[in-house]
Design a protein around this ligand. Structure first.
Ligand code: SAH
Ligand code: SF4
Ligand code: F3S
Length: 450
């Protein structure tokens, strides 16, 4: 279908997007949204008011699958759409994994588009409006260059910048490499130009995104390290804060630690997924580091950046995990003192090597370990959070507080949240805030200056 026909069909239609999963998906949703906007569609805040309902899905754990089926089915009971016709489109990682197979779980989907086919979503939706048939596109070999598509940013002051897509690591429990394809880095020039454009547009903070940013640039025509890319980003005038996610411990270089130490813009926060504290389990997970190597990296980071916040991801109940293995994870947690940790119960993903490993752990054992880990992690987070009490720190104001409109909410460079008296016009500004009181996992503060 030509672009003009797509526009004729889509102009004036309303759309609603619900996103599950990681920041990569959030960003892909911004691209979908940007594309629909460019054809004259209008965003709706409620699926009941939308002609087009898009679900951007995640399949990293089983719970996400089930949630999607429920959400899709609930579209059946929505009131009629404004135009009288509604198209339900499913994109993201479940769409890529299941393709047409998705229809065995949900029968009211009109469009299925995979993670490599985002650039075609407008066309697929327009076709579905026109002929009422199903349109499915999940070709993993098409490189639609979604990166150069228009996009609709959620906020004026912050932007997500994907620096690479896909993953080559094949951790034995993880579905991501199968649904996102192989690792591919974007050209540094393109990334920096994009950041410059954002800054010209009012952005002060960027989050550089990739499944493993530490291996950035290895497959470029002219290879470049992630540390070197950060040096270039640092030079962008007007940019105030640089964040990045996620770092795989196996590729964390001394050069990166050095760049962070010298930088005035890179936030002192490092998300370094541990997954397990047992070297035997790490080996089965195909993570390519040991507990000792991980702890050594933590020591290096702390030596270079004493105030750095460390956060992590941990999986409990990986096949074969013994009580001793679990206790090693608990020990690492106590030793590292994470500022926060995302804890997950191992979820069997069909098609991954771990799914067919022996010794899958019974649910009650996993639940018990999970509860013990969570209690430990939360106690440490609470103690760690309080360590800045009484200090005055830079805060980027993000929003008016949901519960109390006389307050605004902002973020410290180390990622903690602070609530303080302020007004909407402060959103997007960086201000000095005195951290009066730590309340569990956040602060109450007082603004000192604008
Ligand atoms: N690329 C990132 C992680 C992406 S997935 C990295 O390697 O750090 C985010 C987190 O989900 C992972 O760090 C892991 O802790 C968790 N996860 C992935 N697959 C999982 C599974 N099958 N069961 C439970 N948790 C899982
Ligand atoms: Fe999954 Fe491992 Fe790749 Fe992260 S690095 S996305 S956990 S395979
Ligand atoms: Fe989920 Fe896909 Fe991200 S599986 S975690 S949305 S890459």
């Amino acid at each position: 279908m030509d672009q003009r026909s797509v526009r004729d069909i889509l102009a004036g239609k309303t759309y609603f997007i619900r996103t599950f999963g990681c920041q990569m998906n959030q960003h892909d949703s911004e691209r979908v949204s940007g594309l629909l906007d460019s054809y004259g569609c209008l965003m709706a805040l409620d699926p009941a008011h939308a002609d087009i309902v898009v679900f951007m899905t995640c399949c990293v754990r089983e719970a996400a699958d089930t949630r999607l089926y429920g959400q899709c089915n609930s579209c059946k009971s929505l009131p009629p759409s404004p135009s009288g016709k509604r198209v339900v489109a499913v994109g993201g990682c479940i769409a890529q994994r299941d393709g047409e197979g998705l229809l065995t779980n949900v029968d009211n989907v009109n469009v299925i588009f995979g993670t490599h086919s985002i650039a075609h979503v407008a066309e697929l939706i327009a076709e579905a409006f026109l002929d009422g048939k199903r349109h499915i596109r999940t070709n993993e070999h098409e490189d639609t260059d979604a990166m150069s598509m228009p996009w609709h940013r959620e906020t004026q002051y912050h932007a997500w910048v994907p620096i690479m897509t896909g993953c080559n690591n094949f951790c034995s429990y993880c579905i991501v490499p199968y649904v996102r394809g192989r690792e591919r880095s974007r050209e540094p020039r393109e990334i920096i130009r994009e950041i410059e454009n954002f800054v010209a547009d009012g952005v002060v903070e960027v989050m550089l995104l990739g499944q493993n940013v530490n291996s950035y640039g290895k497959n470029l025509e002219q290879p470049m390290t992630f540390a070197a890319l950060l040096r270039e980003a640092e030079k962008v005038e007007g940019l105030k804060r640089i964040r990045f996610m996620t770092s795989h411990p196996k590729d964390l270089s001394d050069e990166l630690i050095e760049v962070m130490k010298e930088s005035k813009k890179i936030c002192p926060h490092f998300h370094l997924p541990l997954q397990s504290g047992s070297s035997a389990i790490l080996k089965k997970m195909n993570r390519h580091y040991t507990k000792e190597r991980y702890l050594e990296l933590v020591r290096k980071l702390r030596a270079a950046l004493p105030d750095i916040s460390l956060t992590t991801d941990i999986i409990v109940g990986f096949p074969g995990e013994t009580e001793e293995d679990f206790l090693e994870t608990m020990e690492v947690v106590k030793e590292v003192q994470y500022d926060s940790a995302f804890t997950f119960i191992y979820s069997k993903r069909t098609g991954t090597p771990a799914a067919v490993m022996e010794n899958q752990i019974p649910d009650d054992v996993v639940k018990d370990r999970f509860d013990r880990l969570l209690a430990e992690v939360q106690e440490i987070s609470r103690e760690r959070c309080a360590r800045f009490e009484g200090q005055t720190m830079d805060v980027l104001v993000e929003d008016v507080n949901d519960h109390d409109p006389s307050l605004v909410t902002g973020r410290l460079t180390n990622n903690l949240l602070v609530h303080f008296k302020g007004t909407e016009d402060l959103i997007g500004k960086i201000v000095d805030v005195h951290l009066d009181e730590c309340r569990g996992f956040y602060y109450m503060g007082t603004m000192i200056s604008k």
